[in-house]
Design a protein around this ligand. Sequence first.
Ligand code: ZN
Length: 475
Amino acid sequence: MKMVGKYENYAEWYLDMVEKANLCDKRYPIKGMNVWTPYGWKIMTLIDSFTRKELEATDHGEVNFPLFIPETEFKKEKDHIKGFDEEVYWITHAGLNELDVRLVVRPTSETAMYPMFSLWVRSHQDLPLKTYQIVNTFRYETKQTRPFIRVREIHFFESHTCHVTEEDAQCQIEEDIEILAKIAKKICLPYTLLIRTEWDKFPGAHYTVGIDTSMPNGRTLQMGSIHHYRTNFSVPYDITYEAEDGTHKHVHQTTYGMSERLLGAVVSVHGDDNGLILPPAIAPFQIVIIPILSKKSTVDVAGAAEALRDKLAAAGFRVKLDDRDDRPGSKYYDWEIKGVPLRLELGGRDIENGVVTFARRDTGEKGTIAMDSLIPGTQLILDDIMSTLKAKAKAFQDDATKAITSMDEIPKEDTSELRIYSFGWCGCEECGHKFEDEHDIKILGTPYRPEGKFEGKCIVCGKDTELQAFAARTM
Ligand code: ZN
């Protein structure tokens, strides 16, 4: 069965992959609310486990807030409500009774958490308050939905923190960026950190840092974001602490959010025309063992394959022995689609030679591992798959980024040649809007951590500027 090429028709390829690898079932009778299957959910929970580990290691406490938010609380921060008004689901009835105060199904949890934070935070000794939760959020998407990338029920991670000063909150952003780096390493994805434009920042934020990655169709995908709120929410929600001098002051807040889009990016960036390619750190099965049985052989291949599985499992690898009564070729095909990083084939001759044959999913390279160095030999290959995937994805992102000095260099057509463009921008909204409107392209922002000093001219008005901006068409 020939599949659609990833670079030929990314949209079709993506849907095909999600379905063939059985990551979710989108036949549930609500559009954009998909059913997580065991295989897809396992990958997601492995990603979550790294998030949880990093958050716990940095003294964040896990919380779990109610799904419903009273309209009265939801409307306290006026920019926030303006930003979400059209996207939220409302609960208007309970049983047969119409509710006096309507309820919002959380689109994000600021307005659920902050009324409680105002009760939790009393004195400067309660700070910093660092919390997070991994829950589902809901947004009424009107654009075309796409599994993991644009859905209406979203598997979501969000951390929320409160601090004494703006500087403390700024340090939290730095810590979030370190946490992000560790999680991104596990999923082998490169990303950019760009401060969003004033008109594109999170509703209610002082500033927003977008976390974007390059997709195979040349568009970028926002995988997550980090926000500095200053006191924009603590004032309307009255989150104050008593300072050492006895005065009451508003806390400074930050949030950091990521979602199941991480999985959408993993599928899109690493996969190829034969299926998924999962980074070993998040693969439900890192290794699949295929016994090569032969009627002529007198060696107990089935028994040896079981022993091989037990040995690898005991060493901590997630390993699957495929002992179905089927041809090896057909088994290879199935596990290739599912993106299992390493396949081990074990036949009579391998056993006689004291080796096992391997095939890497990422490069297709084949070879043998000596049985007496099975564990370190396997680990070495899995580690190399991690670094190879990362390097390949990074090279793709670098290739996709192009410096331009004139707007004419941006193709007007929606082509696969889409890129991330970098250019000079004077920083004014007028030039920004003009640039975006003329090319139906989005300014992703300016570097959170600029690489050296930039000197150029605003691509719109020609003024000298030290500000570098990035723009792309987005998913
Ligand atoms: Zn300008």
